[in-house]
Ligand binder design. Structure first.
Ligand SMILES: [Zn+2]
Length: 324
């Protein structure tokens, strides 16, 4: 199920073109990336969940050391949200301690530019009761995380090395008290339409969000009370506006990739000419070891000028203190 080890070179050398013809766009298979240098190398680090316990700070440091020491060091780190264990249900002091840890590890261990997107656990105090907040604090909600991560607002775009990058903000308040749903509100959706329309058709686009826009894993994991249970995937696990976004993306053939986290599992989906990757978790099973077979790791992504891309999942060798 995990496809983290695939890249075009391996597929070519395995002679698997015919077998993969139904899965893989011919343009990508036939492009000769063995001689083409990537325009950009990106590390996607998602679901770090830093906390004072379980040696999480040392684990995150080891991950950053691994990324920074690479022979062909990434030009850019994209973080995929859930930087801290949790602020959603935590009081101010506990949230501050986690963000302090985040900043101190980064300062010590990282020399690569970072662009971030927000996860549900980065939001401070939406659970008013458990976080002991009123909702009127200046740092309440997404503001605190945005300030730490250097963002004016939690969705934005930028250009680098001939690619266009779009960070989406998946997490919106739900109609249920103290919970959230994954979707783009009207303002963000209108902005996304405008942003995509402003990108030249020849510029490849990468979109990243905390919560997946497409996923098979969420269906696979959906727990059903019986075989007659028609319950659907939760709106907190998968973008509830998945259909709307996938249809929007069909208008822009230059959209190549969508990256996500949230599930702490790896998967790759090809749908309507876009490749959707969910890229595991730096913390694995929230710093308690491997999660459902997926080790603590990050994705290493090479982006090519022609819109081609290779991605593999890189376990960085963390041995959780509590792993059995
Ligand atoms: Zn997470």
């Amino acid at each position: 199920m995990i496809s983290g080890g695939w890249n075009r070179r391996e597929i070519l050398s395995a002679g698997g073109i015919a077998a993969l013809a139904g899965l893989w766009r011919p343009r990508q298979v036939l492009a000769d990336s063995t001689t083409q240098q990537p325009a950009l190398r990106v590390a996607h680090l998602t679901d770090i969940h830093i906390q004072p316990e379980l040696e999480a700070a040392r684990g995150f440091a080891q991950c950053l050391q691994n990324v920074n020491a690479m022979e062909h060091r990434p030009d850019l780190i994209l973080t995929g949200g859930d930087h801290i264990m949790d602020g959603f249900r935590q009081p101010k002091e506990r949230t501050a301690r986690q963000w302090d840890l985040w900043q101190s590890v980064l300062k010590q261990e990282n020399g690569i530019p970072i662009r971030a997107c927000l996860g549900n656990h980065d939001i401070w105090g939406w659970d008013l009761k458990k976080s002991q907040t009123t909702g009127t604090e200046p740092q309440h909600g997404k503001r605190w995380a945005c300030d730490i991560l250097g963002l004016d607002r939690p969705y934005y775009s930028f250009d680098q090395a001939g690619w266009h990058f779009i960070a989406l903000d998946s997490v919106q308040p739900s109609t249920y008290f103290d919970t959230f749903s994954a979707f783009l509100d009207d303002g963000q959706y209108a902005w996304l339409q405008q942003d995509l329309a402003s990108v030249p058709a020849t510029t490849p686009v990468l979109i990243w969000s905390h919560i997946p826009i497409c996923s098979a894993v969420v269906n696979h994991l959906a727990s059903r009370a019986s075989i007659h249970d028609d319950s659907t995937v939760k709106a907190s696990h998968l973008h509830a506006d998945s259909l709307k976004l996938v249809e929007l993306f069909t208008q822009f053939p230059n959209i190549k990739l969508c990256l996500s986290g949230h599930l702490h599992r790896c998967e790759r989906i090809e749908l309507k000419n876009v490749t959707y990757y969910c890229n595991g978790a730096v913390c694995g099973n929230w710093w308690r070891g491997v999660n459902d077979g997926y080790a603590e790791g990050y994705a290493l992504l090479d982006l090519y000028a022609d819109g081609g891309h290779d991605l593999r999942y890189v376990p960085y060798g963390w041995m959780a203190a509590t792993a059995s």
